[in-house]
Design a protein around this ligand. Structure first.
Ligand code: ATP
Ligand code: MG
Ligand code: MG
Ligand code: MG
Length: 439
């Protein structure tokens, strides 16, 4: 992508309304634009990151056996009356009336709708277990939308829903998502800690929130620090291995970790003083097992092997990709801007031509751009007629992992500069060696 032809509206000044660094940087680096309170447009650069996060989430959901579908954002109030949540949900739900005076709502979550889909088609235990998910926009009329996409009113959610014959099988389904979440956040470049959590309006009794420790987080959390060094389950984890998966979950729940709602002072006091962490955190994912709460209310029953009909056991599993985008920046930035982890970076390489119009520089850039692009690297080529200082500042601000700096001075000695955004480490290389290095 040539920057001169791209749409990257960078803000020079720090937006006053943004209280935390991720919000400031997302606005300044041209990732998002606020359209009204808690509603954001995702500009091209921001959308690239969001799509990369979604791709990782998808891969890990699929690996764990979940199956993707897509449900609408608008739902019928009648469905929510069946579960009793239409009135219970309160003011966070955006209620809409259509031209026929039918009561509708913009979905804040999808337990009811997925239960309706399930009950329409699945009648036998032979079709279980089943886990269906989608990545779809949600709306919650938050009292205080703030911190940009960290707490917006419209936000993206990956929500999965599992269906099982009994509690034992439902626990296995829960464990699959638990492990998938550990892998997902690690691949995104974040250290997440699963913490015992309250179930809120979703209901149920078994629940973990996946928390990223950050000073700007809205949750108050308490945990053992060793979780930060635990090994992440491997890519070849066998999700059908019931005992193996349980062992992993047992390990990841063996030490103290709880959000303030579930905090137990007495148990926390047992954690050795040097290991106890009392901190703020960002909730990036949340998993629930809630048994037959919705299946009973909505008549989602299957025939068991004994010929008896019974309500299915369900769980639901959410991740917020739009909140994650901000959480990554909270965890990875410096005074000059964003530092994207490779896995979610909008582009892999920023190619800076310090003297556009200089024959040798243009030629070297063209060669590098062509070779890297052919090798599948996403290159943002800064071919604008701008001062070098402005180009360096832009590259640092938008946080692309590799910067390739091409200018007449270096080229005269056959050198170009490769800089790693995260460490500031610089190498001087020939054009060919650089191409070798990045392909
Ligand atoms: P919070 O405690 O922050 O209000 P929640 O517990 O209400 O979140 P869940 O119902 O558990 O949220 O939804 C699953 C995931 O959706 C959350 O873990 C979070 O990543 C994301 N999410 C929830 N609310 C928002 C929001 N207002 N803006 C952005 N992401 C959100
Ligand atoms: Mg909430
Ligand atoms: Mg919460
Ligand atoms: Mg939650």
């Amino acid at each position: 992508m040539r920057l001169s032809r791209y749409f990257l509206p960078i803000l020079r000044d720090t937006p006053k309304e943004a209280e935390i660094v991720s919000h400031r940087l997302m606005l300044r680096a041209g990732l998002i634009r606020q359209q009204s309170a808690g509603l954001y447009s995702w500009l091209p650069m921001g959308l690239r990151v969001l799509n990369k996060i979604n791709a990782i989430i998808r891969e890990e959901q699929n690996r764990a056996g979940a199956i993707e579908l897509l449900m609408p954002t608008i739902q019928s109030a009648d469905l929510w009356r069946e579960s009793g949540r239409y009135d219970a949900y309160g003011k966070e739900m955006l209620r809409i009336t259509d031209r026929h005076e039918r009561e509708m709502l913009y979905g804040p979550t999808n337990e009811e709708m997925i239960t309706d889909i399930f009950r329409s088609y699945v009648k036998s235990y032979k079709d279980l277990p089943l886990n269906l998910y989608h990545i779809q926009w949600k709306f919650r009329d938050e009292v205080r939308p703030r911190f940009g996409t960290m707490r917006s009113r419209e936000f993206l959610m990956k929500d999965a829903y599992s269906f099982d014959l009994d509690q034992a099988s439902a626990t296995h389904s829960y464990n699959k998502m638990f492990v998938a979440y550990l892998r997902t956040f690690a691949r995104i470049g974040l250290k997440s800690i699963p913490m015992r959590a309250d179930t809120g309006p979703i209901g149920g009794n078994l629940s973990h929130e996946f928390i990223i420790l950050a000073n700007t987080g809205e949750s108050e959390v308490f945990c053992h620090k060793n979780y930060l060094d635990f090994d992440i389950p491997a890519a070849d984890t066998d999700f059908d291995d019931v005992d193996g998966l349980q062992k992993t979950v047992d390990k990841w729940t063996s030490l103290y970790a709880a959000t303030s709602e579930m905090h137990d002072e007495k148990a926390y006091a047992e954690v050795p003083a040097g290991d106890a962490v009392s901190a703020r955190g960002i909730e990036v994912g949340h998993i629930f097992y809630f048994g037959t709460k919705y299946s009973e209310a909505m008549g989602a029953k299957v025939m068991g092997p004994d010929g008896q009909e019974r309500p299915v056991h369900m769980g639901s599993y959410g991740i917020g990709p739009s909140r994650l985008t901000a959480a990554i920046i909270e965890a990875s930035h410096d005074e000059n801007g964003i530092i994207w982890p490779d896995a979610v970076a909008p582009f892999d390489v920023a190619l800076l031509n310090l003297k556009v119009g200089d024959g040798a520089s243009d030629e070297a850039c063209a060669k590098i751009y062509k070779a890297l692009t052919a090798a599948g690297r996403d290159v943002l080529y800064d071919d604008r007629d701008e001062r070098p200082g402005a180009k360096f500042a832009t590259a640092d601000l938008v946080g692309i992992p590799w910067q390739v700096v091409v200018g007449p001075k270096g080229l005269a000695e056959g050198k170009i500069e490769l800089k790693r955004r995260s460490t500031g480490e610089k190498h001087e290389l020939s054009v060919d060696a650089l191409i070798d290095r990045l392909t």
